[in-house]
Design a protein around this ligand. Sequence first.
Ligand code: NAI
Length: 251
Amino acid sequence: MSSTRTAIVTGAARGIGAAVALRLASDGYAVAVVDLDETASEATVEQIAAEGGRAVAVGADVADEQQVRAAVDRVRSELGAPVVLVNNAGIIRDNLMFKMTVEDWNAVMSVHLRGAFLMTRAVQADMVEAKFGRIVNMSSTAALGNRGQVNYSAAKAGLQGFTKTLAIELGKFGVTANAIAPGFIRTDMTAATAARMGMDFADLIAAGEKAIPVGRVGEPEDVAHTVSFLASQDAGFVSGQVIYVSGGPQG
Ligand code: NAI
């Protein structure tokens, strides 16, 4: 294996994914910044380069089998075989169950579950070959249930089962799989949630600060730090776990 290990982070053009990509780059990984729009991923790549790291922008829809295969092929040839995969790409299509359309159900299942499956299947052989691999799936406290998110909640709970089964199947090859379940993290996604609720984002944050035991909302770097731990060589005996990064014991 080359001395620089390669990591893939999906949904890394902004938000949590961008912070994870930056952190893994500063940990010494060459990072593939995967997102729907390659141009949008360039900002993260430039930031990584400015801090002395190595990264490439890769445009791909994680729910599209051909695009996933092409993206992983590109990563292999431009950066080297991936040994870390962070399945972070995500969308919300919130609505109360009685108003939810089949399209909104399918879209959310497709990005979170099918996307994580396709990406993981595309890279697992590289990890098995390297006898080392780290898979981190982005779940959510919504897995515990959240009004207006029946699709998202089911997908995020599904990712936890996906993670545990990967841990069982891939453990003997030196590959761990874990999930992170963030609570309220300050990103465009939570800003969109505030807008849907007809609230100012600042008011939603203030409500979060009151409700969250540590007295603040989360930042993308809080999640990135946890990914950094789970991706590390020394975390090899931690597998099949769900770590709630939510400022308290509950979602
Ligand atoms: P965000 O909306 O700011 O960023 C998500 C990124 O994923 C975007 O750049 C988007 O273009 C990309 N993406 C969406 N669909 C894609 C697809 N099919 N293929 C490739 N890329 C795609 O969201 P945020 O807040 O950074 O969330 C990141 C992850 O963390 C998501 O999985 C989200 O569900 C999860 N999460 C976020 C929480 C929060 O409070 N912000 C809380 C719990 C979980």
